[in-house]
Design a protein around this ligand. Structure first.
Ligand code: ADP
Ligand code: MG
Length: 347
């Protein structure tokens, strides 16, 4: 656990322009569509012939992250990842990002540098150019807002609204691990606050911690779908838990769904954490958040192709809206899914 760094270079020694110059000196531009990046009143892009997708996420200290246990480098990385994830969820390719930050005096130049190290690392990994942003002070706390810009052929863009009856429901990776990681960090934080002598015990939980602190977006799946020439009928990224994302797809597509509890992919460490906390691991997957996996639907005849893509699981199918949205539990009972959260687990 860490207290905020109180030693280091005061940002006011650079001034706003000095800071922007400092932050942008390591920025490399690699996208052909970036004509002008940082340094003018606006960036200039040249997206020839494709459609543009734009998405923004705002991360606020104390609401979306806790600096007691979030390393600043990871925070910068995650701020980019959550945005490119939204672009992939449109079946589009992220190309540029802008980053806006509001910082209080509590943050030193070294602290801001760490955030940007993470930002630059993610930009490199996901092959996006940092082309602009805004910098301002805040009275308390830290806010980071990222906008991602991507492109896609018009006929490839995948909305939440295209799911058809009998389509297969697919998810990538495993679910609930980021939530399990958050539960662990919150528990250890409480212990630390009650007794700072006790150092947190995080051993054996590497995977769930990484899922919470350093999530990745599914660039690989976007590419695999392209290689397999599959355009999903609908798609969404899983940021708020499987249940509410399924709800979004069903509501937007005007259909119902049936999924199977036993088919939901859950990692062993997530199981273990849920057990330690006396909670049900399926609830971590259904109601947890921040997995940044992809949830999508494909026509039934794509089953063989989908099966060949590593890390994609079929967990159910789309049905008529009149059937509702439900999960077949391990004991074969049918449980209604909820938009936010999900109750009646034992019913
Ligand atoms: P303006 O007064 O027009 O808002 P700024 O002085 O805020 O211009 O920004 C100058 C340049 O630096 C612009 O290209 C802007 O996009 C970029 N920029 C400002 N803040 C950031 C930041 N935090 N990260 C990346 N680029 C930034
Ligand atoms: Mg500005």
């Amino acid at each position: 656990m860490q207290e905020n760094n109180t030693q280091g270079t005061d940002i006011s020694t650079l001034g706003e322009f000095g800071l922007i110059k400092h932050l942008s000196k390591n920025v490399k531009l690699t996208q052909a569509s970036t004509l002008k990046g940082i340094g003018d009143d606006a960036a200039v892009l040249n997206q020839s012939g494709k459609k543009t997708v734009v998405t923004t996420d705002l991360l606020v200290e104390g609401i979306h992250f806790d600096l007691m246990y979030t390393p600043l480098r990871h925070l910068g990385y995650k701020a980019i990842v959550v945005n490119v994830s939204d672009v992939y969820a449109m079946n589009a390719e992220p190309k540029q990002v802008t980053v806006s930050i509001a910082i209080s005096k509590r943050f030193t130049l070294e602290a801001i540098d760490e955030i940007y190290e993470g930002i630059n690392m993610a930009c490199e990994k996901y092959n996006v150019d940092l082309v602009g942003g805004d910098t301002t002070s805040s009275l308390t706390g830290l806010c980071i807002s990222v906008t991602a810009i991507g492109e896609a052929d018009e006929d490839k863009i995948t909305y939440r609204s295209g799911a058809q009856v009998n389509d297969l429901i697919c998810v990538t990776g495993d679910l609930g691990a980021a939530y399990a990681g958050l539960q662990l960090l919150d528990r250890e934080k409480r212990i630390f606050e009650n007794n700072p002598e006790i150092q947190p015990d995080l051993t054996g939980h590497d995977y769930i911690l990484e899922r919470q602190l350093k999530p990745e977006a599914r660039k690989d799946i976007f590419e695999s779908l392209q290689d397999a020439k599959i355009v999903p009928t609908s798609m969404i990224d899983i940021s708020d838990g499987l249940s509410s994302e399924l709800f979004h797809i069903c509501e937007e597509s005007n259909v119902g769904c049936q999924i199977y509890e036993e088919k939901i992919p859950i990692d062993y460490e997530t199981h273990k954490m849920a057990e330690e906390l006396n909670m049900n691991y399926s609830i971590f997957a259904l109601n947890g958040g921040e997995d940044y996996e992809l949830l999508f639907t494909v026509p039934l005849d794509k089953f063989e192709k989908i099966e060949k893509i590593p890390d994609v699981k079929v967990i159910g199918h789309i049905c008529d809206a009149s059937k509702g949205k439900y999960m077949v539990a391990r004991d074969n009972t049918e449980i209604a899914l909820q938009a936010q959260g999900w109750t009646n687990f034992t019913e």
